[in-house]
Design a protein around this ligand. Structure first.
Ligand SMILES: [Zn+2]
Ligand SMILES: [Zn+2]
Length: 78
């Protein structure tokens, strides 16, 4: 059974795929990096990928306490 799969993050064809289930929906990625890029939240201040718990403040996610303080004043919803 050969199934053509594409990475939902970058659109590349996949040979070795990483499959992630999020709320029962299957997402396929070609690399762990793409999976992280697609799934991980980003800091509302500096746009870094948040791999850990992060800091949640007034509905936004921040990577560190410094960003959470700066982001409160400068947070702009794109
Ligand atoms: Zn990819
Ligand atoms: Zn940050």
């Amino acid at each position: 059974m050969v199934q053509e799969a594409r990475c939902v993050n970058c659109g590349f064809n996949i040979e070795k795929d990483y499959i992630l289930f999020i709320n029962g929906t299957e997402f396929t990625f070609d690399s762990f990096e793409c999976a992280v890029n697609f799934v991980a939240p980003r800091c509302a201040n500096c746009n870094s990928i948040i791999m850990g718990r992060g800091i949640q403040q007034s509905g936004d996610m921040f990577c560190c306490s410094t960003c959470s303080k700066e982001g409160i004043h400068s947070a702009v919803v794109p």
